[in-house]
Design a protein around this ligand. Structure first.
Ligand SMILES: [Zn+2]
Ligand SMILES: [Zn+2]
Length: 309
């Protein structure tokens, strides 16, 4: 399955809302960015789903938790224990709203767990859009959602790669390593004898960077599309259908139609909905209602990998 061309790949591990069903686990997503894995939310059973769908534990160094409701968090404690039992040494970064640090340290002390690896906890504010991780390949932002407790969405934006040298051009022009580096960054080379090597003739542009946004849990609010403008794949919770719109508003959740409105207003390329209430045995109706507003909608399926871009 792994393929070098699939730079952004999302695997859905859970599509249920707070009450799991016999065939739906609570929320957890794994985003693969150039073979580095980011775990987003960690509902009960996440590590079992990771094993089922062959997610490599050792490649996860960053976990993002949207909010501290159990269906997004209960899977974290057993996952930390398993990392420990597996002899993990690599530091793990955990991003979540307050009071995550208190909860985790209390749990570790209550159960006498001594982690053999560093756990770096980054407490998220929930007021503004904030850059929370910036590495070579990707930038991650958190942004505020509207829920009953502080809740954050996450935006993963691939960085633009350098240009690629056209095969055969290195030999043809006798390019040095220093010249290649300049050309890949879009600079022309002027040699001592006056010869010009134009970057446009020996390189091609890299693929367009891709992006993924995660919005769960949240009520609909008008500023949300701005945070996820132009995203390639938008995941948005759709706990309810039109039949339960009042309940959605009351519990600070969204309907499928709300989710589709956000995708449409943000100019997203594709929408994935999830966090389905247990009352919907089949989620076809939710998919249908969303498609009435935004046709490029799909109901998330557990174990399915979605290629982004
Ligand atoms: Zn939830
Ligand atoms: Zn919630």
């Amino acid at each position: 399955m792994p393929d070098g061309s699939m730079s952004f790949r999302l695997t859905i591990l859970g599509t249920s809302s707070a009450l799991p069903t016999s065939d739906r686990y609570p929320t957890a997503h794994v985003l693969n960015v150039h073979e580095r894995l980011f775990l987003i939310d960690c509902g009960e059973g996440t590590q079992m789903q990771m094993r089922r769908y062959r997610i490599r534990f050792g490649k996860i160094n960053h976990i993002f938790i949207s909010h501290l409701h159990g269906d997004h968090f209960f899977g974290l404690y057993p996952l930390l224990s398993s990392f420990n039992l597996m002899g993990r040494k690599t530091p793990l970064h955990l991003y979540a709203p307050a009071p995550v640090e208190d909860l985790v340290s209390r749990h570790l002390s209550d159960f006498d767990i001594h982690l053999g690896f560093g756990l770096e906890i980054h407490t998220l504010g929930s007021r503004d859009c904030t850059l929370i991780l910036n590495d070579k390949r990707v930038e991650v932002f958190s942004f505020p959602l509207r829920h009953r407790i502080p809740s954050c969405g996450f935006l993963f934006r691939e960085k633009r790669a350098e240009r690629n040298i056209i095969p055969g051009m290195i030999g043809k022009h006798g390019l040095t390593i220093a010249e290649i580096a300049l050309l890949k960054r879009g600079n022309d080379i002027v040699r001592e004898d006056g010869e010009v090597v134009s970057f446009e003739t020996v390189t091609v542009p890299p693929p367009e960077p891709v992006s993924y946004a995660f919005c769960s849990d949240t009520a609909w609010f008008k500023e949300l599309p701005e945070y996820v403008r132009g995203v390639d794949l938008l995941y948005h919770e759709a706990t309810f259908g039109d039949d339960n719109e009042e309940l959605a508003v009351k519990t600070a959740h969204s309907t499928a139609r709300h989710a589709a409105t956000v995708a449409r207003d943000a100019g997203a390329k594709k929408l994935l909905i999830g966090h389905f209430s247990a009352r919907y045995k089949s989620v076809d109706i939710l998919e249908k209602e969303a498609r009435e507003v935004f046709s490029a909608t799909e109901a998330a399926r557990e174990g399915t990998a979605y290629i982004i871009g």
